[in-house]
Design a binder for this molecule. Structure first.
Ligand SMILES: [Zn+2]
Length: 455
């Protein structure tokens, strides 16, 4: 009953009337568009791409210079493939050109800001407007609905929550917000053999319709439940995100929770990029809002081949991301999904792997959290953490010109605060972080086996 009232009355009233957002308007449109053919969706892409590039040329100093340097003129574009003439935008380019990437005709408008630690540890700030935000919320909601999610259902979130030292009023507001959204958030920062029993109890008491979780903490929780033969409430479905989902992880999570797992791939920069529908034949790409290229040597790879993911956000005119390299890898699929949606499929997303670290105090934390820890060190372009034993960590760092001498001590202090006062942090400066033979990037590696033991 609450779900019905929330979905049909409360939330639309809040979004549309109170906040004056057009999220529902966009969602209705995108829900219809997903059933268009791939060719028709590409037509939508084209209609959005050309004005975006013209705008970038006229109003964004960074792109004007780039386009002029490489002899690219938006008005001369013949088709989508011409975009390959534009140079790739790296996270470093974004860091170094914060002002010149802003459109001169948007500077005085109300803007939103977000930032990301990124999978390679390069912190990046970016701006967008309310319209772009509403569209992102809408196409993300469209994808989540494929899993059975909807406004008003009970969500159990397993997420990395940073202690931001909020004032009590802010904490109270967040708690009320979660209560109204019927959302329970548990912090995978605090996962350990000691806290798992409490989370299992909370889960069973809360009886969620859905789990939305980082992949490896969810897998660890599933392992704990499985190895200790605990009873667990069955949700309707599960969204696993933020890390690569391996088949063995999916298998165990589905077995333990008796619910289907939906793989979701997204990024802070543009939110939901691709997600599985209930056919699980690959991840549908949101091509009506994003131009997603999978490339190798600046050329699109063949279906079945691994390439780098490069994104153009077709909606954001404030700080356009044109051919932005996210640092992840994917394999495009040749298959058409049997659900008949025209959104094309990725066969697999690869590239980001973060082992779970077992710490001396019993915590087992996902290595993904290091992207938060390292975020404030702008002199670090890339990093890799290798755990040798319970107390010893090797941190490989690729530094840039903003690296300060004091950073070495500060990084050590930050990591000791997170990993334990006795942690031995061994910092090494390297020229690059090598990829694995598979093309995958292992950001956090642990040589300490995970052991959940029996209660
Ligand atoms: Zn499908």
């Amino acid at each position: 009953m609450y779900a019905y009232v929330y979905k049909n009355i409360l939330y639309p009233f809040y979004e549309t009337v109170l906040r004056r957002r057009r999220t529902f308007h966009y969602l209705n449109q995108f829900e219809k568009d997903q059933w268009l053919s791939e060719e028709e969706l590409k037509e939508i892409q084209w209609k959005k791409l050309k004005p975006l590039l013209e705008h970038a040329y006229q109003h964004v100093p960074y792109y004007r210079e780039q386009f002029e340097n490489c002899g690219f003129h938006p008005e001369q574009m013949q088709d989508l493939s011409d975009i390959s003439k534009i140079p790739i935008l790296t996270k470093k380019n974004i860091q170094d050109n914060q002002q010149s990437l802003l459109a001169d005709n948007y500077k005085d408008k109300p803007l939103l800001e977000n930032w990301t630690g990124g999978s390679t540890g390069e912190p990046t700030r970016f701006k967008f407007d309310h319209r772009t935000y509403e569209m992102r919320m809408a196409y993300s909601a469209r994808c989540d609905r494929w899993s059975g999610w909807d406004y008003g259902i009970k969500e159990f979130y397993i997420w990395g929550v940073r202690d931001t030292g909020d004032a009590p009023t802010v904490t109270a507001k967040k708690t009320l917000h979660n209560l109204l959204l019927r959302r329970k958030v548990v912090n995978c920062y605090t996962f350990s053999r000691d806290t798992f029993p409490r989370y299992v109890k909370e889960f069973n008491r809360f009886k969620p319709d859905m789990i939305i979780s980082y992949t490896s903490p969810l897998y660890n929780l599933a392992r704990y439940i499985h190895e200790n033969k605990l009873d667990i409430y069955t949700p309707k479905s599960i969204i696993a995100t933020a890390e690569q989902l391996y088949p063995f992880q999916r298998e165990l999570i589905e077995e333990v929770f008796q619910a289907p797992v939906f793989n979701r791939y997204g990024s802070r920069e543009v939110m939901n990029i691709a997600m599985e529908c209930d056919k699980h034949e690959g991840l549908h790409l949101n091509i009506d809002n994003l131009l997603v290229e999978i490339i190798k040597d600046n050329q699109p790879v063949e279906p079945g081949e691994l390439g780098e993911i490069v994104i153009t956000d077709l909606n954001n005119y404030v700080m356009p991301f044109i051919r932005c390299k996210l640092g992840d890898l994917a394999v495009p699929s040749i298959k058409k999904c049997s659900c008949r949606r025209g959104l094309p499929l990725l066969q697999e997303v690869a590239g980001r792997t973060f082992d779970t670290l077992t710490l001396r105090d019993g915590r087992c934390i996902t290595g993904l959290l290091f992207t938060f820890y390292m975020q404030k060190f702008t002199g670090v372009s890339q990093f890799q953490v290798i755990q040798k034993d319970l107390d010893t960590f090797i941190v490989n760092i690729v530094k840039n010109s903003r690296y300060k001498d004091s950073d070495t001590e500060d990084i050590g202090a930050e990591l000791r605060q997170q990993l334990g006062a006795n942690a031995k942090i061994d910092l090494h400066f390297v020229d690059n972080i090598p990829m694995q033979k598979s093309g995958k990037q292992r950001i956090v590696i642990s040589e300490v086996p995970l052991d959940f033991g029996n209660e």
